[in-house]
Ligand binder design. Structure first.
Ligand code: ADP
Ligand code: MG
Length: 321
């Protein structure tokens, strides 16, 4: 871009809360044909709330590990209640700063469920947490976390499925409390996020202009597709269960056919993907890491500003050749 075009673009941008990192970005933005949104915190508010707590016992048909059959401390527990499931989950998550964890801890407080902070705590990125609590070892996380720890998740599948179809993030809770290290499924908790008011309109405006719109998330496929449906993104354009370190590769995959993508994200997780995309766009209260990796920063937390960014680049380059 000429110095004059750059000045026009950056000035109009700044006035609208769109910060371009240099004049070349204006031209690159004009040429994008694909927009890839991160889900959590970008299309959704990223303000999770605990919505569901349920008791789910291990299989009792004799096939799976059965608490009663092997001395079953769980069966002896009169306290295997929703409150106990929530106490375990909150205790395990007390050391985590993940939004899913904070919602569980806050939800326990609101419901008056007392819990002690975890004695030890390990974060398993993209999967959940493992913690030592006063009741034993606890796992809270997705199917992969529990399966990797030898837990049969089948008894919870029906509940998980129903919650995920509502667009909620459902997490399994398992407990190892008899010293043999064998985890038993005890329940399911779910957090829900709210789609941003302007997300649906932002997606339809971009699609109307012929842009291909995608969503990438670490969340599971069913939850992801339910949210995609709410905002009008084609379910075929959803990449779910993408681990933090895989987000950049997912963008590369989308760009493999030569398309030029703008990746829009808010988190530390998104920084490599922002750097990999043709244009990286940090949104809202995005972390410093995301802002640093980005070519464009949207100061407002509004996905509709993606289209505004494209319009500003077009307008400034059109006026001054
Ligand atoms: P996102 O990309 O949506 O920010 P993450 O990559 O952080 O998601 O996590 C992916 C999935 O791993 C979550 O949807 C959840 O199932 C599980 N998970 C991650 N962290 C936690 C946690 N602290 N507690 C429970 N589950 C978790
Ligand atoms: Mg995010």
């Amino acid at each position: 871009a000429t110095p004059a075009a750059t000045m026009v673009g950056t000035t109009i941008g700044a006035r609208n809360g769109v910060l371009f990192k240099g004049g070349d970005v204006l031209e690159t933005v004009r040429d994008i044909d694909t927009v890839v949104f991160d889900k959590t915190g970008t299309l959704t508010e990223g303000a999770m709330e605990l919505t569901d707590v349920e008791v789910v016992g291990p299989a009792t048909d004799g096939s799976g590990p059965d608490a009663a059959a092997d001395g079953g401390t769980l069966e002896e527990r009169p306290e295997l209640t929703e409150a106990f499931v929530l106490e375990l989950a909150a205790s395990a998550e007390s050391g985590s700063e993940h939004p899913l964890a904070e919602a569980i801890v806050e939800g326990a407080r609101e419901r008056g469920v007392d819990f002690a902070d975890a004695e030890e705590f390990e974060n398993v990125p993209g999967q959940g947490v493992r913690a030592t609590t006063e009741h034993g070892e606890v796992l809270v996380g997705n199917r992969k976390l529990l399966e990797d720890n030898g837990v049969d998740t089948a008894p919870a599948e029906e509940r998980m499925d129903a919650l995920e179809r509502e667009g909620k993030t459902a997490m399994l809770v398992a407990l190892a409390d008899d010293g043999d290290g064998d985890y038993r499924l005890v329940g399911v908790v779910a957090d829900a996020d709210t789609v941003k008011d302007s997300a649906t309109r932002a997606v339809s405006d971009l699609r109307e202009r012929g842009l291909d719109v995608w969503m990438i998330t670490g969340d599971n496929g069913r939850t992801a597709r339910a949210v995609a449906e709410q905002v009008g993104i084609d379910p075929d354009n959803v990449q779910a269960e993408v681990l933090p370190e895989e987000k950049a590769a997912a963008v590369e995959e989308i760009q493999r056919d030569g398309s030029r993508a703008m990746m829009v994200g808010d988190g530390v997780n998104d920084a490599p993907a922002l750097a990999t995309a043709t244009v990286g766009c940090a949104i809202g209260s995005g972390t410093d890491v995301a802002i640093e990796a980005a070519d464009v920063t949207l100061l407002r937390d509004d996905p509709a500003d993606v289209l505004k960014t494209i319009r500003i680049s077009e307008a400034s380059l059109r006026k001054i050749k």
